[in-house]
Design a protein around this ligand. Structure first.
Ligand SMILES: [Fe+2]
Length: 247
């Protein structure tokens, strides 16, 4: 990882991303319900989806309890988070569902792998990070296998359109991880700090590092090549060899 990004953050700063992840996990859970409903229950894929649902419901409870344990004021989800859950519940496209799951899970996984061994992070956060990393390893494998199964039946155009949508989703997630008012909590002007952070080369480098595995996989399955590649270049987190066009 380039440099360190988790340096004794205040509790409020730590939980700004956790709240985004909690909303994203609920949106993916809603999508998984739709996927299970559309899958014949005789198929093993139906059972796989239900196992993932069980895990994700438990994770949502775990993160909510974590926020409560630290004594932070529960905040209602923002309007776009509520909208995201509703849209995910209505989506009937496993390709976008599993691709979005990979974006969220791999992004979270990268930072939690750092958090779980960082002695400056509170032990409860470290332990919860460790639990989530271990349990999400299975989910990453599941989402990758399901996505490989989905791309076989899609034309190159549909794969790339899906890839470009994931690039947009990725940028939105990255830009909303830290709410501007969190900067105020550490004595910074929220708007100035937000604009500065968005332009930071270090931040771009960290984003590229966190998403490298995910974007390489999208490239392998035809969701980051052709015109989709341009969308990923615009978003930023393209690994060096893909940005140079070596592959
Ligand atoms: Fe999870």
């Amino acid at each position: 990882m380039p440099g360190r990004v988790l340096r004794r953050p205040s509790a409020k700063c730590t939980f700004s991303p956790i709240r985004v992840v909690r909303a994203a996990e609920l949106a993916l859970t809603a999508g998984l319900v739709g996927h299970a409903a559309a899958t014949p229950y005789q198929q093993a894929h139906w059972a796989y989806a239900l196992v993932e649902l069980e895990d994700e419901c438990r994770h949502s409870r775990m993160f909510a309890r974590m926020i409560g344990t630290y004594g932070l004021r529960p905040r209602p989800p923002l309007w776009w988070q509520r909208l995201g859950v509703r849209i995910a519940a209505m989506l009937d496209d496993p390709l976008r569902l599993f691709a979005a799951a990979l974006v969220v899970v791999e992004l979270t996984d990268a930072f939690q792998r750092v958090a779980m061994t960082d002695e400056t992070i509170h032990p409860i956060t470290r332990q919860i990070s460790r639990i989530h990393v271990i349990e999400e390893a299975r989910r990453i494998k599941y989402a990758r296998e399901e996505l490989k199964r989905q791309v076989v039946h899609r034309s190159a155009v549909r794969r790339r359109v899906g890839g470009a949508m994931m690039a947009r989703l990725t940028r939105t997630l990255l830009d909303t991880m830290i709410r501007p008012d969190r900067y105020r909590a550490v004595g910074l002007d929220p708007e100035f700090a937000r604009r500065t952070a968005l332009r930071s080369p270090h931040r771009r480098q960290v984003e590229r590092w966190a998403l490298a595995k995910c974007v390489r996989f999208f490239h392998e399955v035809g969701m980051a090549d052709g015109r989709a590649r341009a969308a990923w270049v615009k978003v930023g987190p393209l690994p060096d060899e893909l940005a140079r066009g070596d592959r």
